[in-house]
Design a protein around this ligand. Sequence first.
Ligand code: AMP
Length: 312
Amino acid sequence: MSDSQPSVLVVGSVAVDWVITPRAEREESIGGAATFFSMSASYLSNVRLVGVVGDDFPKQGIEDLGARGVDLDGLEVNPEGKTFRWKGKYHENMNSRDTLDTQLGVFEAFDPKLPEHYRNTEYLFLANIVPALQLKVLEQMQTRPKLVGLDSMNLWIDIARDDLVKVISKVDVLTINEEEAMQLTGEHNLVKAAKAIRGMGPHSLVIKRGEYGALLFHDEEIFSAPALPLEDVVDPTGAGDSFAGGFMGYLARGVEPTGENLRTAMIYGSVLASYNVEGFSYDTMKNLSIEKIQSRFDRFSRLTDFSKAALD
Ligand code: AMP
């Protein structure tokens, strides 16, 4: 990626996961919202990462992110503690999962300080992490980024709702999954939930629906992006973050966030997410190419292409 192109700054978890699926299991799987986001976005734009790991974080993770050109000046290594750990088990349908364990580790005392050259980044994504930390990062920006995106999850809706609502009020685009949208608003109808969330601040909203794709609400319009039907889903962990990476990465190429461009960004998000779920951790995302991304983009286009036929 050329240095003259804009960058996207991401703050979020960098983690070690223990992933159990109905067919396989991986302990010590490199994960975290910011990790998946960065891997994915790195194909489309320059990426800067803010996060923290402990003394146990695999060196491979740092090497892989570095090899993708991700700027890691904002990744703090705290030798006094352990990396954030998450353990999850997927149900037979791979579309839902249970969290078996979460250990905050070095997250608990993390006080992000943005390196000087991060403070004017044009695009910002506040990936999943404690909302108070998302706020701290936003407050350290010297100029208001052109576009700020945000992701969160049920845990923070439960235990940090006030901070979450505060940060939601300051962003342009919220990406959230279907159940969380309902939990956040108390609405069981997605259109009503979307209206309530946009009333909280963001002009656009992406509701992620796992294997059913994602919906974009912007202006008075709704756009539906499918997920690619795949025969072999290996590990859905990080699909939402990879989606966000493709979505923001495309916008961070400097395109205006018009309805048309947001729709294209939704498809780039879906492309990257579809690659991510084909392997554990970010295994399948670390060796992609623009050609592969483009060819899957074309498959998405075929998936939804149909002719207008008049009935006589
Ligand atoms: P996703 O599948 O897109 O929801 O993202 C999964 C990633 O989120 C995993 O790699 C986890 O390490 C990370 N994660 C799980 N719980 C949390 C949490 N409470 N805060 C931040 N990141 C989390």
